[in-house]
Design a protein around this ligand. Sequence first.
Ligand SMILES: Cc1cc2nc3c(=O)[nH]c(=O)nc-3n(C[C@H](O)[C@H](O)[C@H](O)COP(=O)(O)OP(=O)(O)OC[C@H]3O[C@@H](n4cnc5c(N)ncnc54)[C@H](O)[C@@H]3O)c2cc1C
Length: 326
Amino acid sequence: MTSDIFVFVECKDSKPRKASLELLSIGREMASRFSSTLFAVLLGSGLKDAAGTVARYAGKTILVDNGSLAEYGWDTYGSVLEGILKKYEPMIVLGTSSATGKDLFPRIAARLSTAMVSDAVGIDLAGEGIKIKKPLYGGKVISWIAPRADSAVIVTFRPNSFAVNDAGESGEIIEEVAPVAGNPAMKILSSERKVSGKVDLQEADFIICGGRGMKAAENFAELDEIADLMGGRTGASRTVIDSKWRDYDDQIGKSGKTVSPKLYIGCGLSGALHHIMGMDTSKVIVAINKDPNAPIFQYADYGIVDDVFAVLPALKDELKKTREET
Ligand SMILES: Cc1cc2nc3c(=O)[nH]c(=O)nc-3n(C[C@H](O)[C@H](O)[C@H](O)COP(=O)(O)OP(=O)(O)OC[C@H]3O[C@@H](n4cnc5c(N)ncnc54)[C@H](O)[C@@H]3O)c2cc1C
């Protein structure tokens, strides 16, 4: 095992995702703290420009640019990443707790018999080694995990766990030609990409989330307007998705997406544990609910006990004014 730190970089539309730039930023701090080298790993097709961006964060960028990696597949990506990690033997691998990360990293950890911490939200570099912060039981318990110094570890972090620092001097780009193994038992015949044009829910700094108290699909237009004003995104509770008021893509919670925005505003949702598990690491939580005993108020930094339909127009007007002034 080396002392190298690896960051697996995910791309969207051939550009590194913000969540990966966050990992590169904290990875750079770790590399300077432990006098180790920060590597970025980029797998895909047509990613030369992305590698150029990433190289301004990492000491070394490993690029595997291969047509067979144009679309993510656990078999293809898994075989290439496994090969690279076996070759370079890093001390720690950082990845994002995204759909891809959740699919890929447990498989890699099993194949390499490596320890893994998933869904972490922070890291402490002040002591001897590293300590990883991971919420448990829907955020009711915060655990700190110290990986053993003599064995490698894979850690996935929720998006928005770290700030993105400024890029620096460009590091070296290493083009690896790695064999891409497929799973002969499975073949993707076709795939259709849904283009939403919305801010990525997991990467949004601002989320306004509606629950059953929003009463109807059309009332979400008010939330969309506020989200647009703030350059953020509208989310929804599962009840809303089950009622077909919004797409599943908007769902926050245990069976939806995990988010950590700078500001989360919950509108007419009760704060059931299954929902809380997906948003409790938001930096500031505001709740609007007409029931003063709604559980969401136990998690909120600021609570408004009122009818959501009275509060939202006033909030929108204030935001518009502030936007016009700036
Ligand atoms: C296995 C499993 C997985 C689940 N996964 C998820 C998940 O991923 N995400 C998720 O969200 N849920 C999930 N759930 C469901 C979860 O347990 C709750 O049922 C759901 O979150 C409740 O949604 P809600 O808060 O919108 O509705 P409710 O619990 O019905 O709350 C509605 C709230 O709106 C308030 N309200 C009503 N009218 C107004 C008004 N005019 N102004 C202000 N407030 C008003 C009410 O006081 C109430 O508190 C899951 C459940 C299970 C069993």
